[in-house]
Design a binder for this molecule. Structure first.
Ligand SMILES: NC(=O)c1ccc[n+]([C@@H]2O[C@H](COP(=O)([O-])OP(=O)(O)OC[C@H]3O[C@@H](n4cnc5c(N)ncnc54)[C@H](OP(=O)(O)O)[C@@H]3O)[C@@H](O)[C@H]2O)c1
Length: 236
C-alpha cells in the first residue's frame, strides 16, 4: 500500500544519470516517486518499497505521454506535489552546423515536453498548495560557453525561460518553479562531450541533494534559479 501522506514527485528521465540520483534521494528523504522512463524498470534502490515507487512508460517525443503519466501517477498516489523535468538531450553542433531537425529534436525534449508535463500536472500541483516544478536546465541556459554547445544552449535558454514562465503562472497558487543550471555533471551526457575526469565534475548525488533541499523549502523561500559549477567562471 502507498502512503497518501507522503509528498509525491514525478521525475522524467529517471532511468539513469541525474534523474536516477534525484529519484533515489527524494525517496530516501521520504517522498513517494513516480519514475518516467522510456523502458520502465524498478531501480535497485526501490526494491522492497514498490508501493511508494510508481513506474511510467514515458517518451518525451510522444505528445500524449505527459497526460497519460500524470493520470496514472495521480490514480496511484492520489496527489502530485512536484515534477522534476529532467529528461534531456544534447546534440553538440554549432548553430551553423545544426539543421532544423537537430534544433527541433532538442526543443522537443528539453522544452516542449517539460511544458506539457507542467501543464498536465497543473491542477494537482495547484491543489497541493505547495506545488513544485524543477526544470533541469543548464549553465548552457545562462551563457553560450563554446561554439559546439550553441544549439544546445538555444534549447536550454528556452528551458530557463520556461521555468520563469511557470513561476509567474503559478505563484499565487502556491506553485514554485526553479531552473537548475549545472555545468558539467558526471553522467553519460558529460562523458560524451568532456574529457575532464569524472571526479572533477559535479557529482549527480550532490546535485540530487541540492534539488531535494530546494523542493523542501516553503512557499516563502522561492528560488527562481540555482547555478552549480565544477569549475571557475566569471559569473557562475
Ligand atoms: N550531465 C551534464 O553535464 C548536464 C549539465 C547540465 C544540465 N544537464 C541536464 O540534466 C538533465 C539530465 O542529464 P544527464 O546528465 O542525467 O543525462 P544522461 O545521463 O544522458 O541521461 C538522460 C536521461 O534523459 C532520458 N531521455 C532522453 N531522451 C528522452 C526521451 N525522448 N524521453 C524520455 N526520456 C529521455 C534518458 O533516458 P534513456 O535512458 O531512455 O536514454 C536518461 O534517463 C538533462 O536535461 C541535461 O540536459 C546535464
Amino acid at each position: 500500500m502507498n502512503d497518501r501522506t507522503k509528498r509525491v514527485a514525478l521525475i522524467s528521465g529517471a532511468s539513469r544519470g541525474i534523474g536516477d540520483h534525484v529519484a533515489a534521494e527524494l525517496f530516501r528523504q521520504g517522498w513517494a516517486v513516480s519514475l518516467g522512463m522510456r523502458t520502465p524498470a524498478m531501480p535497485q534502490w526501490a526494491l522492497g518499497h514498490e508501493g511508494d515507487v510508481h513506474l511510467a512508460d514515458y517518451d518525451a517525443n510522444d505528445v500524449t505521454a505527459e497526460k497519460r503519466w500524470v493520470d496514472s501517477a495521480f490514480q496511484h498516489f492520489g496527489r502530485i506535489d512536484a515534477i522534476v523535468a529532467n529528461a534531456g538531450i544534447m546534440i553538440p553542433k554549432t548553430v551553423i552546423e545544426a539543421d532544423d531537425d537537430d534544433i527541433d529534436a532538442m526543443l522537443a525534449v528539453n522544452v516542449k515536453a517539460p511544458r506539457r508535463l507542467a501543464k498536465a500536472a497543473w491542477d494537482a500541483l495547484c491543489e497541493s498548495g505547495c506545488g513544485r516544478v524543477i526544470i533541469l536546465a543548464s549553465l548552457s541556459g545562462k551563457r553560450v560557453k563554446s561554439a559546439l554547445s550553441g544549439s544546445y544552449s538555444l534549447s536550454k535558454f528556452a528551458a530557463v525561460a520556461l521555468s520563469h514562465a511557470i513561476r509567474q503562472a503559478g505563484f499565487d497558487k502556491g506553485v514554485r518553479a526553479t531552473a537548475i543550471c549545472p555545468g558539467f555533471v558526471a553522467t553519460d551526457m558529460a562523458a560524451a562531450i568532456s574529457d575532464r575526469p569524472a571526479d572533477q565534475l559535479t557529482q549527480p548525488d550532490d546535485l540530487a541533494r541540492i534539488i531535494a533541499m530546494l523542493l523542501s523549502l516553503p512557499n516563502e523561500a522561492s528560488v527562481a534559479e540555482f547555478a552549480i559549477n565544477c569549475q571557475l567562471e566569471e559569473f557562475f
